[in-house]
Design a protein. Structure first.
Length: 166
């Protein structure tokens, strides 16, 4: 009887005081999607980037007003402007950290990403931090809300965050 009581208390204690966090089951899928998106950004592949997004798509950088992108044409126009700016002058992206948190079960999550933009020699040009907001499937489909198991995660908003001093 004492052994059974001891085992029961040990199991309950382990469950109550465990340091393990609940794991977001699609975390690896979201990270894969994010890395795939970033490879398209590195290649300046606008069509490839667009496939990773859910429309309407929101961009919010610095203290500027948020930009609500409503169509593929708007997206291409905005990113063609970015493509000719100094912000696009990098060769590749190196992830330094990716933290993914589920916001709403099997529907919304956010990836807090810190990364470095690298030149052709692998030297860091600049470091950045951004929040990538993901939705599973399409946001505005009430019927499909209940059938999201096979849907893919898509980015619906990107906002930059001030980089913490190291």
């Amino acid at each position: 009887m004492r052994k059974l009581l001891f085992i029961t208390l040990a199991l309950v204690g382990n469950l109550l005081f465990s340091n393990e966090e609940d794991v977001f089951k699609d975390k690896k899928k979201v990270i894969r999607h994010l890395k795939s998106y970033m490879s398209k950004v590195d290649g300046k592949d606008l069509s490839g980037m667009y496939k990773h997004l859910s429309m309407p798509f929101v961009l919010h950088f610095d203290s500027d007003d948020a930009i609500n992108v409503k169509s593929k044409e708007e997206f291409i126009e905005i990113f063609n402007g970015w493509n000719t700016s100094t912000k696009s002058k990098f060769h590749s992206t190196k992830f330094e950290s990716i933290e993914v948190e589920e916001v709403f079960a099997n529907f919304l999550c956010v990836a807090d990403v810190t990364y470095a933009r690298l030149d052709k020699n692998g030297e860091t040009i600049r470091k950045e931090r951004a929040l990538y907001h993901f939705v599973k499937g399409e946001r505005f489909s009430p019927f499909l809300f209940f059938f999201k198991w096979w849907k893919t995660w898509k980015i619906y908003m990107i906002s930059n965050v001030e980089l913490k001093n190291a």
